[in-house]
Design a protein around this ligand. Structure first.
Ligand SMILES: [Mg+2]
Length: 372
Protein backbone atom coordinates (compact mmCIF):
# COMPACT_ATOMS: atom_id res chain seq x y z
CA UNK A 1 0.00 0.00 0.00
CA UNK A 2 1.54 3.29 -1.08
CA UNK A 3 1.78 6.13 1.41
CA UNK A 4 1.71 9.64 0.01
CA UNK A 5 2.08 12.66 2.25
CA UNK A 6 0.00 15.64 1.27
CA UNK A 7 0.61 17.92 4.21
CA UNK A 8 2.49 18.02 7.54
CA UNK A 9 1.47 20.54 10.19
CA UNK A 10 3.04 21.21 13.57
CA UNK A 11 1.13 22.91 16.40
CA UNK A 12 2.77 24.08 19.64
CA UNK A 13 0.62 23.08 22.62
CA UNK A 14 1.01 23.87 26.33
CA UNK A 15 -0.30 20.97 28.41
CA UNK A 16 -1.00 21.83 32.07
CA UNK A 17 1.00 19.61 34.44
CA UNK A 18 0.10 19.00 38.09
CA UNK A 19 1.91 21.48 40.31
CA UNK A 20 2.17 19.42 43.49
CA UNK A 21 4.48 16.48 42.94
CA UNK A 22 5.96 17.80 39.69
CA UNK A 23 8.92 15.69 38.64
CA UNK A 24 12.13 17.13 40.08
CA UNK A 25 15.41 15.49 39.16
CA UNK A 26 19.10 16.26 39.00
CA UNK A 27 18.33 17.95 35.66
CA UNK A 28 15.74 20.34 37.08
CA UNK A 29 12.01 20.63 37.57
CA UNK A 30 9.44 19.62 34.94
CA UNK A 31 7.14 22.63 35.34
CA UNK A 32 5.53 22.67 31.93
CA UNK A 33 4.96 20.47 28.93
CA UNK A 34 5.30 22.68 25.88
CA UNK A 35 5.09 20.12 23.12
CA UNK A 36 4.32 19.85 19.43
CA UNK A 37 1.38 18.01 17.91
CA UNK A 38 2.02 16.79 14.38
CA UNK A 39 -0.87 16.29 11.99
CA UNK A 40 0.07 14.44 8.82
CA UNK A 41 -2.46 14.27 6.01
CA UNK A 42 -2.34 11.55 3.38
CA UNK A 43 -3.50 11.66 -0.20
CA UNK A 44 -6.90 10.26 0.67
CA UNK A 45 -7.53 12.84 3.40
CA UNK A 46 -6.85 10.36 6.19
CA UNK A 47 -4.68 11.76 8.97
CA UNK A 48 -1.99 10.43 11.29
CA UNK A 49 -0.80 12.07 14.49
CA UNK A 50 2.34 12.34 16.56
CA UNK A 51 3.74 14.29 19.51
CA UNK A 52 7.19 15.81 20.01
CA UNK A 53 7.72 15.95 23.80
CA UNK A 54 10.44 18.54 23.55
CA UNK A 55 12.68 19.53 26.46
CA UNK A 56 15.91 21.45 25.76
CA UNK A 57 17.79 19.79 28.64
CA UNK A 58 16.96 16.35 27.27
CA UNK A 59 17.60 16.55 23.52
CA UNK A 60 18.48 20.15 22.74
CA UNK A 61 15.07 20.72 21.15
CA UNK A 62 12.37 23.19 22.15
CA UNK A 63 8.80 23.17 20.89
CA UNK A 64 9.66 26.11 18.65
CA UNK A 65 12.77 24.52 17.12
CA UNK A 66 10.89 21.25 16.58
CA UNK A 67 8.01 23.06 14.89
CA UNK A 68 10.44 24.90 12.64
CA UNK A 69 12.36 21.76 11.70
CA UNK A 70 9.16 19.84 10.98
CA UNK A 71 7.55 22.56 8.87
CA UNK A 72 10.58 23.98 7.08
CA UNK A 73 13.07 21.14 6.90
CA UNK A 74 11.24 17.81 7.09
CA UNK A 75 8.00 18.70 5.37
CA UNK A 76 9.61 19.81 2.05
CA UNK A 77 11.48 16.49 1.92
CA UNK A 78 8.44 14.30 2.60
CA UNK A 79 5.42 16.01 1.07
CA UNK A 80 4.70 14.54 -2.33
CA UNK A 81 7.04 11.57 -1.81
CA UNK A 82 5.77 7.99 -2.07
CA UNK A 83 6.57 5.35 0.49
CA UNK A 84 5.79 1.65 0.64
CA UNK A 85 6.49 1.62 4.37
CA UNK A 86 6.58 4.40 7.00
CA UNK A 87 10.20 3.66 7.92
CA UNK A 88 11.34 4.89 4.48
CA UNK A 89 10.73 8.50 5.48
CA UNK A 90 13.09 8.21 8.42
CA UNK A 91 15.87 7.04 6.10
CA UNK A 92 15.53 10.37 4.26
CA UNK A 93 15.38 12.42 7.46
CA UNK A 94 18.31 10.65 9.13
CA UNK A 95 20.32 11.06 5.95
CA UNK A 96 19.92 14.82 5.92
CA UNK A 97 19.41 15.90 9.53
CA UNK A 98 21.50 15.06 12.58
CA UNK A 99 19.80 14.87 15.98
CA UNK A 100 16.35 16.43 16.43
CA UNK A 101 15.22 13.09 17.82
CA UNK A 102 11.88 14.20 19.21
CA UNK A 103 10.84 16.13 16.11
CA UNK A 104 11.72 13.17 13.87
CA UNK A 105 9.87 10.80 16.19
CA UNK A 106 6.68 12.86 15.99
CA UNK A 107 6.69 12.70 12.20
CA UNK A 108 7.64 9.01 12.16
CA UNK A 109 4.83 8.16 14.61
CA UNK A 110 2.33 10.13 12.53
CA UNK A 111 3.39 8.14 9.46
CA UNK A 112 2.93 4.80 11.27
CA UNK A 113 -0.43 6.02 12.57
CA UNK A 114 -1.57 7.00 9.07
CA UNK A 115 -0.15 3.78 7.54
CA UNK A 116 -2.17 1.61 9.94
CA UNK A 117 -5.29 3.76 9.57
CA UNK A 118 -5.08 3.32 5.78
CA UNK A 119 -5.25 -0.43 6.43
CA UNK A 120 -7.94 -0.05 9.11
CA UNK A 121 -5.88 -1.84 11.75
CA UNK A 122 -4.10 -0.94 14.99
CA UNK A 123 -0.31 -0.50 14.65
CA UNK A 124 0.28 -3.36 17.08
CA UNK A 125 -1.17 -5.74 14.51
CA UNK A 126 1.61 -4.72 12.14
CA UNK A 127 4.52 -5.18 14.56
CA UNK A 128 3.52 -7.68 17.27
CA UNK A 129 5.67 -10.72 17.92
CA UNK A 130 3.41 -11.92 20.73
CA UNK A 131 -0.22 -11.85 21.78
CA UNK A 132 -0.45 -8.20 22.89
CA UNK A 133 -0.52 -7.46 26.60
CA UNK A 134 -3.78 -5.59 27.17
CA UNK A 135 -2.85 -3.96 30.50
CA UNK A 136 0.69 -2.68 30.98
CA UNK A 137 1.98 -2.03 34.52
CA UNK A 138 3.04 1.58 35.03
CA UNK A 139 6.17 2.73 36.80
CA UNK A 140 5.87 6.23 38.19
CA UNK A 141 8.48 8.89 38.91
CA UNK A 142 8.69 10.47 42.33
CA UNK A 143 10.61 13.74 42.29
CA UNK A 144 13.61 14.47 44.51
CA UNK A 145 11.62 15.80 47.46
CA UNK A 146 12.39 15.55 51.18
CA UNK A 147 11.18 12.39 52.98
CA UNK A 148 7.73 13.65 54.02
CA UNK A 149 6.72 14.73 50.51
CA UNK A 150 8.32 11.62 49.04
CA UNK A 151 6.19 9.42 51.29
CA UNK A 152 3.03 11.36 50.44
CA UNK A 153 3.61 10.88 46.70
CA UNK A 154 4.53 7.21 47.11
CA UNK A 155 1.33 6.59 49.08
CA UNK A 156 -0.76 8.45 46.50
CA UNK A 157 0.63 6.40 43.62
CA UNK A 158 0.53 3.15 45.61
CA UNK A 159 -3.15 3.77 46.36
CA UNK A 160 -3.76 4.15 42.64
CA UNK A 161 -2.37 0.68 42.07
CA UNK A 162 1.17 1.53 40.94
CA UNK A 163 3.54 -1.17 42.18
CA UNK A 164 6.89 0.11 40.84
CA UNK A 165 8.16 3.45 42.15
CA UNK A 166 11.00 5.34 40.49
CA UNK A 167 12.74 7.72 42.86
CA UNK A 168 14.67 10.56 41.29
CA UNK A 169 17.95 10.61 43.21
CA UNK A 170 21.30 12.38 43.36
CA UNK A 171 19.98 15.90 43.77
CA UNK A 172 22.28 17.87 46.07
CA UNK A 173 20.74 18.66 49.45
CA UNK A 174 18.26 15.77 49.34
CA UNK A 175 18.91 12.74 51.57
CA UNK A 176 18.03 9.76 49.37
CA UNK A 177 18.70 7.22 52.11
CA UNK A 178 16.20 8.92 54.42
CA UNK A 179 13.60 9.12 51.62
CA UNK A 180 13.75 5.47 50.63
CA UNK A 181 13.86 4.34 54.25
CA UNK A 182 10.76 6.42 55.02
CA UNK A 183 8.80 4.92 52.11
CA UNK A 184 9.83 1.35 53.03
CA UNK A 185 8.72 2.00 56.60
CA UNK A 186 5.38 3.35 55.40
CA UNK A 187 4.57 0.89 52.57
CA UNK A 188 6.52 -2.20 53.58
CA UNK A 189 8.42 -4.64 51.38
CA UNK A 190 5.93 -4.95 48.51
CA UNK A 191 6.64 -1.92 46.28
CA UNK A 192 9.41 -2.39 43.74
CA UNK A 193 11.89 0.45 44.18
CA UNK A 194 13.95 1.82 41.31
CA UNK A 195 16.19 4.88 41.35
CA UNK A 196 17.06 7.27 38.53
CA UNK A 197 19.92 9.70 39.13
CA UNK A 198 19.83 11.22 35.62
CA UNK A 199 23.63 11.16 35.52
CA UNK A 200 24.11 12.96 38.82
CA UNK A 201 27.27 11.19 39.95
CA UNK A 202 30.44 12.51 38.30
CA UNK A 203 32.59 9.42 38.93
CA UNK A 204 32.05 5.67 39.14
CA UNK A 205 33.13 5.71 42.78
CA UNK A 206 30.54 8.39 43.62
CA UNK A 207 27.83 6.39 41.85
CA UNK A 208 28.76 3.12 43.55
CA UNK A 209 28.86 4.77 46.97
CA UNK A 210 25.39 6.25 46.43
CA UNK A 211 23.94 2.98 45.14
CA UNK A 212 25.41 0.88 47.94
CA UNK A 213 23.93 3.23 50.53
CA UNK A 214 20.47 2.44 49.11
CA UNK A 215 20.80 -1.33 48.74
CA UNK A 216 19.35 -1.90 52.20
CA UNK A 217 16.00 -0.69 50.83
CA UNK A 218 15.91 -3.34 48.09
CA UNK A 219 16.40 -1.85 44.63
CA UNK A 220 14.99 -3.52 41.52
CA UNK A 221 17.32 -1.54 39.27
CA UNK A 222 19.40 1.63 39.12
CA UNK A 223 18.89 3.95 36.17
CA UNK A 224 21.52 6.17 34.57
CA UNK A 225 23.75 6.80 37.62
CA UNK A 226 26.56 8.31 35.52
CA UNK A 227 26.63 11.20 33.03
CA UNK A 228 25.00 10.42 29.69
CA UNK A 229 28.19 10.76 27.67
CA UNK A 230 30.30 8.51 29.93
CA UNK A 231 29.41 5.04 28.71
CA UNK A 232 32.62 3.40 29.94
CA UNK A 233 31.90 4.76 33.41
CA UNK A 234 28.43 3.20 33.31
CA UNK A 235 30.00 -0.12 32.31
CA UNK A 236 32.36 0.13 35.28
CA UNK A 237 29.49 0.83 37.68
CA UNK A 238 27.62 -2.17 36.28
CA UNK A 239 30.62 -4.45 36.89
CA UNK A 240 30.96 -3.25 40.48
CA UNK A 241 27.36 -3.21 41.77
CA UNK A 242 25.04 -6.13 42.51
CA UNK A 243 21.86 -4.51 41.22
CA UNK A 244 20.78 -4.42 37.54
CA UNK A 245 21.70 -1.22 35.66
CA UNK A 246 19.33 0.54 33.28
CA UNK A 247 20.67 2.91 30.65
CA UNK A 248 18.43 5.81 29.66
CA UNK A 249 19.88 9.07 28.33
CA UNK A 250 23.19 7.28 27.66
CA UNK A 251 21.57 5.68 24.61
CA UNK A 252 19.54 7.70 22.15
CA UNK A 253 20.62 6.09 18.86
CA UNK A 254 21.18 2.65 17.32
CA UNK A 255 24.92 3.42 17.10
CA UNK A 256 25.12 4.25 20.80
CA UNK A 257 23.33 0.98 21.53
CA UNK A 258 26.01 -0.95 19.62
CA UNK A 259 28.71 0.84 21.59
CA UNK A 260 27.01 0.01 24.88
CA UNK A 261 26.61 -3.65 23.87
CA UNK A 262 30.31 -3.79 22.96
CA UNK A 263 31.12 -2.54 26.46
CA UNK A 264 28.41 -4.63 28.15
CA UNK A 265 27.44 -1.41 29.88
CA UNK A 266 23.86 -2.20 30.96
CA UNK A 267 21.28 -4.84 31.85
CA UNK A 268 18.08 -3.06 30.83
CA UNK A 269 17.58 -0.62 27.97
CA UNK A 270 15.17 2.28 28.37
CA UNK A 271 13.41 2.63 25.02
CA UNK A 272 10.98 5.21 23.75
CA UNK A 273 10.30 6.73 20.35
CA UNK A 274 11.06 10.38 21.19
CA UNK A 275 14.51 9.67 22.54
CA UNK A 276 15.26 7.10 19.85
CA UNK A 277 14.35 9.50 17.05
CA UNK A 278 11.40 7.44 15.88
CA UNK A 279 9.03 4.58 16.57
CA UNK A 280 10.87 2.79 13.76
CA UNK A 281 14.19 3.00 15.64
CA UNK A 282 12.58 1.95 18.93
CA UNK A 283 11.38 -1.30 17.37
CA UNK A 284 14.80 -2.04 15.87
CA UNK A 285 16.71 -1.09 19.02
CA UNK A 286 14.45 -3.12 21.31
CA UNK A 287 14.86 -6.16 19.06
CA UNK A 288 18.63 -5.64 18.85
CA UNK A 289 18.94 -5.41 22.64
CA UNK A 290 16.76 -8.48 23.04
CA UNK A 291 18.91 -10.46 20.59
CA UNK A 292 21.94 -9.50 22.70
CA UNK A 293 20.25 -10.91 25.81
CA UNK A 294 19.14 -7.60 27.32
CA UNK A 295 15.69 -6.63 28.61
CA UNK A 296 13.87 -3.45 27.61
CA UNK A 297 11.43 -1.15 29.38
CA UNK A 298 9.66 1.95 28.17
CA UNK A 299 11.18 5.24 29.38
CA UNK A 300 9.56 8.64 29.19
CA UNK A 301 9.82 12.37 28.80
CA UNK A 302 6.40 12.89 30.37
CA UNK A 303 4.40 12.40 27.19
CA UNK A 304 0.73 13.26 27.08
CA UNK A 305 -1.63 10.50 25.95
CA UNK A 306 -0.78 11.37 22.33
CA UNK A 307 2.90 10.57 22.81
CA UNK A 308 2.01 7.72 25.13
CA UNK A 309 0.06 5.75 22.53
CA UNK A 310 3.09 4.56 20.49
CA UNK A 311 4.87 3.69 23.75
CA UNK A 312 1.95 1.56 24.92
CA UNK A 313 1.92 -0.10 21.50
CA UNK A 314 5.59 -1.08 21.80
CA UNK A 315 5.28 -2.32 25.38
CA UNK A 316 2.21 -4.38 24.57
CA UNK A 317 3.29 -6.01 21.37
CA UNK A 318 7.03 -6.78 21.53
CA UNK A 319 8.50 -9.62 23.57
CA UNK A 320 11.60 -7.46 24.10
CA UNK A 321 9.51 -5.78 26.84
CA UNK A 322 8.96 -8.17 29.79
CA UNK A 323 6.38 -5.82 31.26
CA UNK A 324 5.49 -7.95 34.26
CA UNK A 325 9.12 -7.88 35.34
CA UNK A 326 9.97 -4.31 34.41
CA UNK A 327 7.08 -1.84 34.55
CA UNK A 328 7.02 0.97 31.97
CA UNK A 329 6.99 4.76 32.33
CA UNK A 330 3.40 5.23 31.14
CA UNK A 331 2.37 7.91 33.58
CA UNK A 332 0.40 10.56 31.68
CA UNK A 333 -2.78 9.99 33.70
CA UNK A 334 -0.91 10.66 36.94
CA UNK A 335 0.57 14.00 35.87
CA UNK A 336 -1.91 15.59 33.48
CA UNK A 337 -5.29 16.82 34.67
CA UNK A 338 -6.97 15.99 31.40
CA UNK A 339 -6.15 13.69 28.53
CA UNK A 340 -4.89 15.28 25.30
CA UNK A 341 -6.69 12.73 23.11
CA UNK A 342 -9.99 11.14 22.26
CA UNK A 343 -10.66 8.54 23.48
CA UNK A 344 -8.41 8.99 26.54
CA UNK A 345 -5.97 6.16 27.26
CA UNK A 346 -7.44 4.22 30.15
CA UNK A 347 -5.40 4.06 33.36
CA UNK A 348 -6.73 1.75 36.04
CA UNK A 349 -5.26 -0.10 39.02
CA UNK A 350 -1.74 0.99 38.15
CA UNK A 351 -1.95 -0.23 34.56
CA UNK A 352 -2.50 1.39 31.16
CA UNK A 353 -4.81 -0.22 28.63
CA UNK A 354 -3.69 -0.86 25.06
CA UNK A 355 -5.93 1.24 22.77
CA UNK A 356 -7.79 -0.93 20.28
CA UNK A 357 -8.72 1.53 17.51
CA UNK A 358 -6.95 1.89 14.14
CA UNK A 359 -3.48 3.43 14.05
CA UNK A 360 -2.28 4.09 17.57
CA UNK A 361 -5.93 4.23 18.62
CA UNK A 362 -6.16 7.88 19.69
CA UNK A 363 -6.69 11.27 18.08
CA UNK A 364 -5.64 14.63 19.52
CA UNK A 365 -8.37 16.77 20.99
CA UNK A 366 -9.78 19.12 18.38
CA UNK A 367 -8.17 22.26 19.83
CA UNK A 368 -4.67 20.76 19.53
CA UNK A 369 -4.66 19.36 16.01
CA UNK A 370 -4.53 21.15 12.69
CA UNK A 371 -7.85 20.00 11.27
CA UNK A 372 -9.36 21.33 8.08
MG1 LIG B 1 15.44 8.16 33.16
Amino acid sequence: MTLRVQKIEATVVDHPVRSNGAIVSFLGRHEASRYVTVTLTGDDGLQGFGEATTAPIWSGESAETAKWMIEHFMSPRLVGAEFEHPSEALVILDGELHGNAFAKAAVDAALWDLWARMQGVPVWRLIADREPVEWIPTRVSIGAYPPEETVALAVEFWNQGVRTLKFKTGKPGIDDVARLRAVRERLGPEPIFTVDANGAYPTADDAIRAIEALLAYDLGLVEQPTPRDRLAMLAEVRRRVSVPVMVDEGIFTPGQLEDALDQDAFDILSVYPGKNGGFTHSIAMAQRAQAAGKACAIGSNLETDLGLAPMVCLAASLSAFPVDRYACDLMAALFYKTSSVTPPIVFRDGCVALPTGPGFGVEPDAQYAARH
